[in-house]
Design a protein around this ligand. Structure first.
Ligand SMILES: [Zn+2]
Length: 414
């Protein structure tokens, strides 16, 4: 039997083998998208695993989340809550979210086996539908639990013309209860902790065992609409053109340079550029650019609209074009709780694990838990930083420390 630091990994190996049976054969990797038959079958299996793990009161809550409790000494004490999600993107990996749920089941069983009883209840959650879906709304279960899912959200329509509310109903959920169910009040949990893969390369490159998450990046998205002039591609001279597609392409480079020049963690991604016309003998007179920016730097994030509007307008003007930019705020920057950061770091050190403070560029269910409880996240390495792909991998064995010289570095507070 393989062991990790002298402890058998047989039980967690069995859980991973079990969940990997529930995949969509139409895709490579470990695909289990929300609302899919493979996800439905997996959730039925997972509910049984919650019971097998010795959790009590196992149920699917009003919001689609699987919940179970390891009772504590004082039943009325605020619970410690741990968990993550088990749905994946198409062509997804084996560990994103899954390690947090299977890890939480293992934690509950280890506590039971140790013979000790926590003062507080330990609640384990497998959140419903965390990943992106055709309805354009992530974190369905955690969002609903936090009371942030709205009646308007239920009216969102997929490209196939299906309503989100109808999709939830077909999946066996009551959409009206998902928006009106009883939400935990602010402060009603003692703490929320989520174990997750890093989905970036800091831990893998430095050889650190544990990432103490300092903050989860805020996300702003923009649509830039460029107005130039349609012209004959053969007749219009180069110096007189107002090429809206070139203005957008130049703006994509400006966005890239803007994020490269940020003082702290920041990324910018241009995802679409469209000339809005098909003829190959026409100078593009209109174009549209879509991009998103993420950062954990409050000052930089707060000034994005003003700073970028100027840069992008200058790029548009270089090509004789005008620009209209529309902004959408997806998430504000979410800071993890400073005391939980210290606790995770101290626990890592006491276990002989190296750690470093890291930002999270990806959004997680934990973002929605900050209104209910102090929130912390524990990252483990992703080999080569790969995630949302079949190559996503996290080894069971701990990393050999290479450049992780930050054991003394304190995690950052708010
Ligand atoms: Zn995830």
């Amino acid at each position: 039997m393989e062991t990790l630091d002298g402890i058998s990994t047989g039980r967690i190996d069995r859980l991973f083998a079990g969940i990997e049976a529930f995949v969509d054969p139409a895709f490579d990797g470990w695909t289990r998208t929300v609302f899919s038959p493979s996800y439905r079958a997996e959730r039925s299996w997972m509910t049984e695993e919650f019971i097998l793990a010795g959790l009590e009161g196992v149920r699917v809550d009003d919001f689609g989340n699987i919940v179970g409790i390891l009772p504590g000494r004082y039943s009325d004490a605020k619970p410690i809550v741990i968990g993550s999600h088990t749905d994946t993107v198409e062509r997804g990996g084996r560990f994103d979210g899954i390690v947090g749920v299977l890890g939480a089941l293992e934690v509950a069983q280890r506590i039971k086996e140790s013979g000790s009883v926590l003062n507080r209840p330990l609640m384990v959650i497998d959140f419903f539908g965390e990943e992106a879906n055709p309805f354009g709304l992530t974190c369905l279960g955690s969002r609903a639990l936090a009371g942030s899912l709205t009646v308007t959200d239920l009216e969102r329509v997929s490209p196939e013309g299906k309503r989100l509310g109808d999709a939830m109903q077909s999946f066996g959920l009551d959409p009206s209860r998902a928006v009106s169910g009883k939400h935990p009040a602010q402060g009603s949990w003692h703490a929320y902790l989520e174990l997750h893969i890093e989905q970036s390369s800091t831990l893998d490159q430095t050889g650190c065992n544990i990432g103490v998450v300092s903050a989860i990046a805020g996300i702003k998205r923009l649509v830039g609409r460029y107005m130039g002039q349609y012209d004959h591609a053969g007749g219009a001279r180069m110096k007189t053109r107002k090429d809206a597609l070139l203005a957008a392409a130049s703006s994509a480079l400006a966005l890239h340079e803007f994020a490269c020049g940020s003082p702290e963690y920041a990324v910018a991604t241009t995802t679409h550029i469209d000339s809005l016309q098909l003829a190959q003998n026409v100078v593009p007179g209109r174009s549209e650019l879509r991009a998103e920016l993420r950062s954990t730097d409050s000052a930089w994030f707060g000034a994005i609209e003003k700073d970028l509007a100027l840069r992008l307008s200058m790029r548009a003007a270089e090509f004789g074009c005008e620009l209209d930019v529309e902004w959408f705020l997806d998430n504000e920057i979410t800071h993890t709780d400073a005391t939980l950061q210290e606790t995770i770091a101290a626990a890592s050190t006491s276990l002989g694990l190296t750690w470093t403070a890291v930002p999270s560029g990806a959004t997680h269910d934990s973002v929605h838990m900050t209104g209910i409880a102090p929130m912390g996240m524990i990252f483990i390495p992703s080999i080569d930083g790969r995630s949302h792909c079949p190559e996503e991998f996290t080894p069971k064995k701990r990393h050999t420390q290479r450049h992780c010289g930050t054991r003394k570095k304190r995690p950052s507070g708010r």
